[in-house]
Each structure stands twice: as structure tokens, then as C-alpha cells.
Design a protein around this ligand. Structure first.
Ligand code: GAR
Length: 210
């Protein structure tokens, strides 16, 4: 395991239960990762309060405070990069990152999504899973690329849809699986390293990759 914990920056937009799972896990030194900053695209959210409660520095970059989306993206990228992250986790971050962000940080940015990719990309995944009548859905952690929820898959968990599920009850069960997936996968990325070749993501030092 590396001598220093991996530096993780988490971006959030809402309740922050996935962030909380990472904050809780990183209390143990053996976890191998430390949340060094939490950023948001809006003020007044529970996720920022969770970060502050854990003593982690926070920042907010709102799209509406910038001339356009590109300017916001460039500033967000510079702010995140300033924290020297080994891994950036989008955990319920309800914005697409852009060109600047991916140029600066690409390959180290993962996003958690409440569906089994490539099914149901976008913002309504649990609702669309119910509308479609699938019996199994779940969650996916992927390496962010320029598409919408299209990047190489790091980890997935399956969740059964129950006959009487509402969007809320289904999303709640997905989020339970998601927190476990996220803590496990980010810990492995931190402790073992990871590499992306084509669409394949592997844990472990890059040198063992054929
Ligand atoms: C999670 O289910 C995450 O996958 C989803 O928002 C929720 C955030 O929960 N993200 C997306 O839908 C992004 N497309 P949390 O704020 O309690 O961690």
C-alpha cells in the first residue's frame, strides 16, 4: 500500500450519502484514501454540511456566476486540480463536466450512476428503470469520458426491482448498494492503483497490464 493515502476530491449536488460513506471509510488509515476537499455546484445542500462536519474544506462553483458554461468548467477544473487529487469522485454531482475538466483531470475522474450502464443514462435512471419494467437494475461506477454516463466501467452492483416499488423506494435501495460499491472501488483504486485500456478498467499497478 502507498505510504500516503490517496487524495480524493468529491463533487456533490445534493444529500451526500455517498460522500458520507467515503468520509466514514476514510477515517480508518488502512482504507488508503482521504477526502481532501468537497466541491458543489450549489449552496445550502446537506452534502456540504456533511463535509464541514467532517472538517473537510469545501468550495462552491455555480454555473450562473460565470459568463458561460466553458468558463465555469475551466474554473471548476482549476479549483479541483489545485487540491492535487489522485482520484476525483462525482457523487451525485448533477452537472456534466466539460472539455477543460477532462483535459486537466481525465482518467482520474469517476462517477457513480444509479443504473446498470449502459441502460438508462441521464438524470432519471431509477424512474426510467421502473417505467421500462426491468426486474433488475443497480448502480455503476465509471471513468468519466465526454459522453453522458458512457465511460469505462469500474464496478457495478445489481438491485432487484420489487413489485410495489416507487421511484423513491427503488432509488433508496440502489443507493445502499451504491455506497458499498463506491467505498469498495475507491478504496481499491487508492490502495492498488488502476488502469484503463480501451473499455476495460483493471485494479492493480499499471505495469502488470499486458
Ligand atoms: C446517487 O444515486 C447518484 O448515483 C445519483 O444521485 C444520487 C446521489 O445521492 N447521481 C446521478 O443520478 C447522476 N446522474 P447522494 O447525494 O445521497 O449521494
Amino acid at each position: 500500500m502507498p505510504a500516503q493515502p490517496a487524495r480524493v476530491v468529491v463533487l456533490v449536488s445534493g444529500g451526500g450519502t455517498n460522500l458520507q460513506a467515503l468520509l466514514d471509510a476514510s477515517v480508518a488509515p488502512a482504507y488508503g484514501a482521504q477526502v481532501v476537499a468537497v466541491g458543489a455546484d450549489r449552496d445550502g445542500i446537506e452534502a456540504l454540511r456533511r463535509a464541514e462536519g467532517a472538517g473537510v474544506p469545501t468550495f462552491v462553483r455555480r454555473v450562473t456566476d460565470f459568463a458561460d458554461r466553458r468558463a465555469w468548467d475551466a474554473e471548476l477544473a482549476a479549483t479541483v486540480a489545485g487540491h492535487r487529487p489522485d482520484v476525483v469522485v462525482l457523487a451525485g454531482f448533477m452537472k456534466l463536466v466539460g472539455e477543460h475538466f477532462l483535459a486537466e483531470l481525465g482518467g482520474r475522474v469517476v462517477n457513480t450512476h444509479p443504473a446498470l450502464s449502459p441502460s438508462f443514462p441521464g438524470m432519471r435512471a431509477p424512474a426510467e428503470a421502473l417505467e421500462h419494467g426491468v426486474k433488475i437494475t443497480g448502480c455503476t461506477l465509471f471513468v468519466v469520458d465526454a459522453g453522458v454516463d458512457t465511460g469505462p466501467i469500474v464496478a457495478q452492483r445489481a438491485v432487484a426491482v420489487e413489485p410495489d416499488d416507487s421511484v423513491e423506494s427503488l432509488h433508496e435501495r440502489i443507493k445502499e448498494a451504491e455506497r458499498e460499491m463506491l467505498v469498495d472501488a475507491v478504496g481499491r483504486m487508492a490502495r492498488e492503483g488502476f488502469s484503463v485500456v480501451g473499455r476495460e478498467v483493471r485494479f492493480g499497478p499499471t505495469s502488470v497490464h499486458p
